[in-house]
Design a protein around this ligand. Structure first.
Ligand SMILES: [Zn+2]
Ligand SMILES: [Zn+2]
Length: 222
């Protein structure tokens, strides 16, 4: 089992400037794709996921288009090109500002008006996590720390009070608590959103990011 990924590892979680391009071929694309001689048929060499934290609400009338920032602080557009309009409504309804959109196999797109960013075309490659980047990374540190204790068969303690843990969150099985009181407190304070991120980290722990065998999308969009 490969273990939980480090979301700060730019090999698999690159910033915008390191993404392959979707309408021109560049040398850096070779880090992502193995290309056939004619450079048309290309298959990923590895898995990668791009993080876009939404910073401004959508203003564009035809398709949800947001201002976002990446792990470097670069600002760019995220535009939804889904065929399914019901999904658009769902996106708008969520009010995404402050959430992070995770995009598997993302590429950099230059829009016709000269702006750049990512075009979201495939719903199964897109997942919304209701945390900003800082909190997502903080959750990743906790997740990996808890996993390393489990792996070394160490003593697991309550993430709230530090007492000996008696129960785990049944949804993500990543964090443990001494009892119901600490669990309820943490759920209200932050774990309700963090748990969505940790469930995703659990799914991301189950395959080897270095080797592309099958497409790894998301099971649910939001
Ligand atoms: Zn406790
Ligand atoms: Zn949980």
């Amino acid at each position: 089992m490969p273990g939980p990924p480090n979301l700060r590892d730019i090999t698999f979680f690159p910033p915008l400037k390191l993404l392959p391009h979707d309408n021109v071929f560049t040398d850096s694309d070779d880090d992502y794709y193995s290309t056939s001689v004619d450079r048309h048929a290309r298959e990923p060499r590895k898995h990668w996921c791009f993080f876009a934290e939404i910073t401004e609400p959508s203003w564009y009338p035809l398709r949800p288009t947001f201002q976002a920032k990446d792990i470097d602080g670069t600002t760019f557009l995220v535009s939804f090109y889904f065929d399914d309009r019901a999904l658009f409504e769902k996106v708008i309804e969520k009010g995404l500002v402050g959430s992070t959109i995770c995009v598997m196999y993302a590429s950099l797109h230059f829009f016709a008006d000269g702006q750049f960013g990512v075009r979201l075309e495939e719903p199964k490659n897109v997942k919304i996590i209701p945390l900003g980047l800082d909190k997502l990374f903080a959750a990743n540190i906790i997740y990996r720390h808890m996993q390393s204790i489990v792996d070394s068969a160490g003593q697991i303690s309550c993430v709230v009070c530090g007492a000996s843990a008696a129960q785990r969150c049944s949804r993500c099985s990543a964090v443990s608590y001494c009892g119901r009181q600490c669990q309820e407190q943490d759920w209200k304070a932050k774990h309700k959103k963090e748990c969505i991120a940790m469930r995703q980290m659990k799914a991301w722990s189950e395959f080897d990011w270095q080797e592309y065998k099958v497409h790894q999308g998301f099971t649910d969009f939001v």
